[in-house]
Design a protein around this ligand. Structure first.
Ligand code: ADP
Length: 500
């Protein structure tokens, strides 16, 4: 029997290539595209951020004017649209005041916009309005992170009796449980969720409002982005306070590993690279290493070990551990370092000034840069991810495909995707450590570097094995289809038990 095809509405605050600050953007792009290819009808709702306005894609006006009711107030916006290949249509909510700003979530000084709860509540309500005004009747609404976690609440209150939205099931994917959208109670009034939703099982949290918690309570099914992290955040006391609520989902909370869009992240066809390579012929990787050394003003050499890191400079990612360990590493080991990222001021300053103190050995770029991120994945020998926790992590997956061995802390999705190197057999795909300490990081980088110089055959073997790993979206998309079935049947059960 042919598989059932669904009409799916994704709602997200990011999607590559339109708006990206992290993995969420890649996941929404990759998963929606894969589901589209598999025959589902997929639409995505995104804010029309300033950077999207400047794009040259053929973005057309879909709804010139749309009224969105927020509590007692009304907001007006337009809806733009772009049709991409594989059954995916992207809608952009064009609200000048909310979204025509320099940043997605914060200003140039990393201060969150004060009205973020209102901006993303508006996005969530607008997504449902697009369905009504634009005539799209979704079977499923797939929400992502706190920014869109009000939607399951809206579906269970305002839209409960709506002729078609009342039939839609909701799925909430948690890409990062540390960001929950917690605000003082004063913000609750304009959300339009009603007193019945301001209860501890839903949006109320210690007297305030918690967007993600309410989404978990109301969604028909919930998941996070790796099985390992799903286990971790349901353990007692974990999940940044959400463990009991996730455990309460009784089988309707799962871990589904993120995939990789190998159309974008594939060294044999990566347009950002000066030379392609693949597992059979890796000579192009040496060309990439030289280009990387030139781009970051490192001493040119094929034979020196190069370690890279890319990411957000936040506590979660463990960049403070790198800051503490990097100078002893540079003192004791023959390595070059390349760092790309932005975030905490202190860490930006540290990595921004380090190259001047270690000329030819350390290169850094403070900011966001796609081209450089691809070059780092290709040109390095090792990729460092000392995360304190990691819901899935994408960079280690890219590193594997680029034959750049990950050095990671053993947590969440990193544990699920990297196999520890076995010095006896030469098996594995990377190097892992347990303690989130500079010492453990130093030791593990030391282990990797000594393997590079003393057991080059093992490094070759690990790289070949890493490049053959397959984390394509197909497998994960099948698991999402299963989650959608679960959500629809949970929704039917809920409707039956709440029928009047
Ligand atoms: P998270 O979503 O927690 O930031 P992930 O590893 O899941 O971490 O995804 C991060 C994504 O963002 C990767 O695609 C990575 O290459 C990209 N990225 C992060 N920082 C930068 C940067 N400064 N420049 C370019 N790409 C970046």
């Amino acid at each position: 029997m042919p598989e059932k095809k669904y009409r799916i509405l994704f709602v997200s605050s990011e999607m590559a290539p339109y708006a990206k600050t992290g993995g969420l953007a890649d996941v929404v792009a990759g998963l929606s595209r894969c589901l589209g290819k598999r025959g589902h009808e997929v639409r995505v709702v995104l804010p029309f951020y300033r950077a999207i306005r400047d794009r040259t894609d053929s973005i057309e006006t879909f709804l010139p004017s749309m009224c969105v009711r927020m509590g007692d107030a009304e907001e007006w916006c337009a809806v733009r649209r772009v049709r991409t290949e594989h059954n995916v249509t992207v809608y952009f909510v064009d609200h000048d005041h909310f979204f025509n700003r320099p940043g997605l979530y914060h200003d140039g000084w990393m201060r969150d916009y004060d009205d973020n709860p209102r901006r993303f509540a508006f996005l969530s309500r607008a997504a449902l309005q697009i369905c009504m005004d634009g005539g799209f009747e979704p079977d499923l609404i797939h929400c992502n992170d706190w920014q869109t976690a009000l939607i399951p609440g809206y579906l269970r209150s305002w839209f409960w009796n709506h002729p078609f939205l009342g039939r839609a099931a909701s799925v909430l994917t948690i890409h990062n449980v540390a960001y929950q959208g917690k605000y003082p109670v004063g913000h609750y009034s304009y959300l339009g969720l009603g007193a019945e939703n301001f209860v501890p099982e839903r949006f109320e949290d210690h007297g305030g409002v918690n967007f993600l918690k309410g989404g978990v309570g109301c969604a028909d099914a919930v998941n996070t982005v790796s099985p390992g992290h799903a286990r971790e955040i349901t353990a007692p006391g974990q999940g940044f306070g959400l463990a009991p609520y996730l455990s309460n989902k009784n089988g309707r909370f799962r871990g589904i590993l993120n995939g990789v869009d190998y159309d974008l992240w594939e060294p044999s066809a990566d347009l950002f690279l000066p030379a392609p390579y693949n597992v059979e012929d890796r000579s192009g990787k040496t060309v990439c290493k030289r280009a990387l050394q030139e781009a970051f003003q490192l001493d040119p050499s094929d034979n020196v070990c190069v370690v890279g890191a890319i990411g957000r400079f936040v506590h979660q990612k463990g960049y403070d551990l790198i800051c503490e360990a990097i100078e002893p590493i540079l003192r004791d080991m023959a390595v070059q370092f390349v760092i790309l990222g932005s975030g905490s001021n202190g860490i930006e300053r540290f990595f921004g000034t380090l190259p001047a103190r270690y000329p030819g050995r350390v290169g850094s770029y403070i900011g966001y840069n796609d081209a450089r991120s691809h070059l780092i994945e290709a040109g390095c020998d090792f990729f460092l991810m000392p995360s304190r926790f990691e819901p899935c992590g994408l960079n280690q997956l890219y590193s594997l495909r680029y034959g750049t061995l990950p050095i990671v802390r053993a947590t969440g999705g990193l544990c699920d995707t990297v196999e520890q190197y076995d010095e006896q057999t030469g098996e594995g795909t990377g190097f892992m450590f347990d303690d989130p300490t500079p010492r453990a990081l130093y030791d593990t980088v030391g282990w990797a570097v000594s393997t590079y110089y003393d057991r080059p055959r093992h490094v070759e073997q690990l790289a070949a094995r890493a490049m053959r790993q397959d984390f394509s979206w197909e497998k994960s998309a099948v698991e999402y289809e299963d989650l959608y079935r679960l959500a629809l049947s949970a929704k039917a059960d809920y409707d039956r038990s709440h029928a009047v």
